[in-house]
Design a protein around this ligand. Structure first.
Ligand SMILES: [Zn+2]
Length: 453
């Protein structure tokens, strides 16, 4: 089957050009100023941009934190993703403390059945030992070339020595390790101090995890990676201070890659004073406007490589578990549907980043870092994952007018410009005119080594 997308402007990191695109099965088979393909299904993309399908580097679907199960599973989460132009999510398959990586991978393959966009898995290592080290080669053979390690959370955190050993093994395999950087021991003490001072509501959350909690951990991770001769990937960077530590490591010659999230670009800790402050409880917490600004500047200068959502949705009823104690509020917020809209509205339309940078941040950089050479660029022979972006659309996000399976959005009240009008996943139309038209067509992406090694 052929589809001809006509009259659009294609956007790649290297530039924009007015080109038609011909898709056959799951591939781009021709690009040209005026293509003809009798018999092909025609899509008119006049006045629209065509982006390589967006890749969300950070989602948590169907995750049980021990106290709460996320509201979105892969079925609902990947539909919301596709509606936002995301054609591939990288979710976190999470090892259980007494389990193997292989068991976690099998479990996440099961969970992801029926996804509406493509998917791959970072593997979250929750226990380190010689057996786990040996499993990493087997993971690569099965398409897992990236990992996450946590410095926080009792069920997940590993120590610095374990991060060091995992980084060494990852460097040997050409895999990438991302770390959740916060100082657990100090923040545990600070939570007790903040609560003892009488601050038990959501505003206690950012007070117990100030910027230096992140920056200290970023600095430590950078030095551990230096010692391991391994590249370092910081997930969900939220502070100007953390960014400074990453800059220092780069200045020493280290290979450092950074991810941030829309919430750290657009929201501040004033949100915690709102009546529904619990909905903004996530870790790291929301910061100050100057942190937002520092991160926007780092996007513009190319210092930040990827934008993930850290989509981890809970209902307000679940959030109420912590109404007497902020440290018991389930951590996380929904966002998988709105990443591109927010970046377009508040990045491109405000002149902070270019269209080309949007393509790089939402797609190409992730494809390169996470071993998906077939994706992230619109070019001959590449996978036909693409987004027809209508820049004329205007709307406003509310707590309920989205496809997330929960009753809140941290972006409620945000005006947005532009939307994914049509979305193609593996050459098939999954979204037309802003509506899901085909569900469950997502495939597992078998990823290869990080191509930036
Ligand atoms: Zn996360």
């Amino acid at each position: 089957m052929q589809t001809l997308i006509k009259n659009g402007t294609i956007v790649n990191p290297q530039g924009c050009s007015r080109l038609d695109i011909l898709i056959e099965d799951d591939r781009i088979v021709a690009l040209g100023p005026t293509l003809r393909a009798p018999g092909a299904q025609a899509v008119n993309a006049k006045d629209c941009y065509i982006f390589p399908g967006f890749i969300d580097t950070h989602t948590h679907f169907d995750l049980d934190t021990g106290s709460a199960l996320t509201a979105d599973n892969f079925i609902t989460g990947t539909k919301a993703a596709a509606l936002g132009g995301t054609t591939c999510v990288l979710d976190f398959a999470t090892q259980e403390r007494d389990g193997t990586l292989q068991q976690a991978l099998a479990q996440w393959h099961e969970k992801a059945q029926g996804s509406s966009c493509n998917y791959g898995f970072h593997m979250a290592i929750a226990r380190w030992d010689e057996g786990v080290r040996q499993e990493m080669a087997a993971m690569l053979e099965q398409g897992v070339s990236s990992y996450k390690m946590y410095m926080v959370y009792d069920a997940l955190r590993v120590d610095d020595g374990q991060i060091f050993l995992a980084l060494q093994e990852a460097a040997r395999l050409g895999s990438l390790i991302g770390v959740h950087c916060e100082n657990w021991d100090v923040l545990q003490q600070m939570i007790q101090q903040v609560k003892a001072s009488g601050l038990t509501g959501p505003y206690g959350h950012p007070l117990s995890r100030p910027p230096a909690i992140e920056a200290e951990a970023v600095a430590r991770f950078m030095r551990i990676a230096q010692l391991a001769h391994a590249p370092a990937y910081v997930v969900h960077l939220s502070t100007a201070q953390g960014l400074e530590e990453a800059r220092r490591a780069r200045a020493r010659g280290q290979r450092v890659y950074l991810e941030t999230c829309p919430q750290y670009l657009l929201l501040t800790d004033l949100c915690y004073q709102a009546e529904d402050g619990a909905k903004y409880v996530m870790s790291p917490p929301l910061r100050k406007s100057w942190d937002n600004e520092a991160l926007w500047q780092a996007l513009g200068s190319g210092e930040i490589n990827t934008i993930g959502t850290d989509h981890c949705s809970f209902t307000m009823a679940q959030k109420a578990m912590g109404s007497e104690d902020f440290s018991k509020i389930p951590n996380g917020a929904p966002g998988v549907q709105h990443r591109a809209q927010l970046l377009y509205t508040y990045g491109v339309c405000k002149g902070r980043i270019t269209l080309e940078q949007m393509a790089a941040l939402l797609s190409s950089n992730a494809a390169a870092l996470f071993g998906m050479p077939d994706r992230g660029i619109l070019a001959l022979g590449r996978a036909a994952d693409l987004v027809v972006w209508d820049p004329s659309y205007t709307g406003c996000i509310t707590d309920t007018n989205h496809a997330h399976n929960c009753d809140n959005s941290p972006y409620a009240g945000f005006a947005v410009q532009g939307r994914a009008r049509d979305v193609f996943v593996n050459g098939q139309a999954v979204v037309r005119d802003g509506q899901i038209v085909a569900a469950g067509l997502g495939k597992y992406i078998h990823r290869s080594r990080c191509s930036l090694y």
